[in-house]
Design a protein. Structure first.
Length: 256
């Protein structure tokens, strides 16, 4: 790994144990923590998505939990937990579990979209490789209490925490466009040239972004007109971003 990132990698590794304590003492209640521990005794558990990014950046807010495991159909859950869990099938053969106030989305590693798409080995490194955003190219190995990441995450972790693409293919393009603007505006993450160019190229005026948000978030964050305006801002910035070697990311401002 590039020696430029040694200090960043060291600072992340120092949080290996702290993240597990954060899950136990802050994010999860006793039932969800016990369930997660029970699952980890039967298979490897890898946590990914925004809960890691937010923890490392100091945004200690309650979030849903996304996990992947090795053998989902071999998991045995004792009866004492079954009356405390609401579950249903989600996309790609996984399960959505509601335990107390926490929603856990759980998938089997070999059934994740990117690993199937590229026919990769069933490892957490493959999961990182197929993350769409650079800030998603990190997982937490729950069983071994360690973060696993690549240089794209370390690049994001440097101030000013600019968003970029890690792997440009995704089964839900409209949601990636929405999330680009959502994360950029919520956390003041600048958008780098490649990601800005990607959202412009994949925008389709015929897509109803409001319906997509209702299905995913259960609320509308951006109107279709808002999305159109944000796309125009990205489009108008592409030439400058491509030419500039310093100001190669754009920081969006909220639409009035």
């Amino acid at each position: 790994m590039d020696r430029r990132f040694d200090n960043i990698g060291d600072s992340i590794s120092k949080q290996n144990r702290s993240f597990k304590n954060y899950l136990k003492d802050f994010l999860l209640d006793s039932n969800s923590w016990n369930l997660l521990t029970l699952i980890s005794k039967q298979t490897n558990v890898y946590i990914f998505s925004g809960v890691i990014r937010n923890f490392l950046l100091g945004y200690l807010e309650n979030r849903d939990l996304d996990i992947v495991i090795d053998n989902i159909d071999d998991i045995s859950i004792p009866h004492k937990y079954l009356n405390k869990i609401y579950y249903k099938r989600n996309s790609f053969g996984g399960y959505k579990l509601k335990v107390g106030k926490i929603v856990v989305d759980m998938w089997e590693l070999n059934n994740t979209w990117g690993i199937q798409k590229l026919n990769l080995k069933n490892t957490p490194y493959s999961l990182i490789r197929t993350a769409f955003f650079n800030f998603s190219s990190i997982v937490y190995d729950f069983n071994n209490e360690r973060f696993i990441y690549d240089e794209s995450f370390l690049e994001f972790f440097k101030i000013p925490h600019a968003m970029d693409i890690r792997y440009k293919e995704n089964p839900n393009v409209p949601l990636c466009i929405i999330n680009t603007f959502y994360y950029s505006l919520k956390y003041s993450f600048p958008i780098k040239y490649r990601l800005c160019k990607w959202v412009v190229e994949h925008y389709d005026v015929n897509i109803n972004f409001e319906n997509i948000q209702l299905n995913h978030f259960k609320r509308i964050i951006f109107s279709n007109d808002d999305i159109c305006q944000l796309i125009k801002i990205c489009s108008d910035s592409l030439l400058l971003l491509r030419k500039s070697k310093i100001n190669n990311a754009i920081l969006l401002k909220k639409i009035d």
